[in-house]
Design a protein around this ligand. Structure first.
Ligand code: A2P
Length: 308
């Protein structure tokens, strides 16, 4: 099932895309090839995933023309001072002339200098919901300056659109209030699944013309979402997998859904959308009240990079 959603740039984005987080190089290569063969035309990647090279190679090897694919990558937190350089490096790894969407991965700038090389520790920004949140190392920088620089990217042709990821309403409001603010982000990619429905953020972004993209739409690794009785019962009712219930739920709510899988069978079934009846959508909407909200990425933690 395919559907296109219009971005505020006028371009269109496919409602279902393949996520590539936590895929090793070989897994990512195979997954992207399988996905493109199965009809996906939207791939979501990021510099920090460490797999841009095999993902880009899979796109090039697939035989699908580059301009038929919507491709996203992301600026890692350590390169917020130099987004154009970071984007050029991503394009180099991908083997592409351009991407369709370049996202600021987190509203947090980080510095690597005092982190031991090769370590992968968690770094806690003070408070990502605070517009003045700053990493302990970067007292003279915040995401508003990063956006100021990112706004220059569309005219370079290196990316067709720019957007953000992991931005709360407070972060977006701070961005809009910034004196250098000119371009409304095309997208805001956030964790979003039946146990974290993000209703307020969706409503806010809709009003501002920002398309929401759901990452971890299945609730990520070890997800309680896929084991939830309501979701499993619905899967039986519609004769699909629990994952398809989650993806169809997101699809019906009108935003972009980015399920990740490295298994061909799942990659294929994850694109098969079913039309859920209103009473079933309502049942899913009740889940956070019954089961409790669940976040995979804790808001105070940002995974720390090992490159640069
Ligand atoms: P795998 O890559 O081994 O298939 P999310 O997209 O929410 O981050 O979660 C993806 C997680 O769910 C991954 O661990 C992925 O594992 C697994 N997954 C992806 N598709 C399905 C599916 N159709 N059924 C069950 N698990 C799935």
């Amino acid at each position: 099932t395919d559907k296109l959603i219009k971005l505020n740039t006028g371009a269109e984005i496919h409602a279902v895309g393949l996520g590539t987080w936590r895929s090793t190089e070989q897994e990512a290569y195979n997954a992207v090839l399988s996905a493109l063969k199965a009809g996906y035309r939207h791939i979501d990647c990021a510099a920090i995933y460490g797999n841009e090279a095999p993902v880009g190679k899979a796109v090039r090897d697939s035989g699908v023309p580059r301009n038929e694919i919507f491709f996203t990558t992301k600026l890692w937190c350590t390169q917020q001072r130099t987004p154009e350089k970071a984007l050029r490096e991503s394009l180099e790894r991908l083997g592409f002339d351009y991407v369709d969407l370049y996202l600021m991965h987190w509203p947090v700038a980080l510095k690597t200098s005092n982190i031991p090389k090769g370590s992968s520790v968690l770094c806690m920004p003070k408070n990502p919901d605070n517009p003045d949140a700053r990493d302990v190392d970067l007292n003279d920088w915040d995401f508003r300056k990063t956006w100021e620089l990112m706004q220059k990217l569309p005219e370079t042709g290196l990316t067709k659109a720019i957007g953000v990821s992991n931005f709360s309403i407070k972060n977006l409001e701070a961005l809009f209030a910034s004196p250098s603010f000119k371009i409304v982000p095309a997208c805001n990619q956030v964790e979003l699944h039946p146990l974290l429905p993000q209703n307020e953020l969706i409503e806010f972004c809709e009003k501002k013309g920002i398309v929401i993209e759901a990452y971890s739409p299945l609730g990520s690794i070890g997800s309680p979402v896929l084991k939830d009785k309501t979701i499993i019962d619905l899967a039986h009712k519609y004769n699909v997998e629990p994952a398809q219930i989650c993806i169809s739920w997101g699809f019906s709510r009108g935003y972009v859904v980015l399920p990740k899988s490295i298994h061909e069978k799942r990659i294929i079934s994850n694109t098969k959308i079913v039309k859920l009846e209103k009473e079933d959508l309502d049942k899913i909407a009740q889940l956070p009240k019954i089961v409790g909200e669940r976040r995979y990425v804790q808001p105070n933690f940002v995974p720390f990079p090992t490159f640069e």
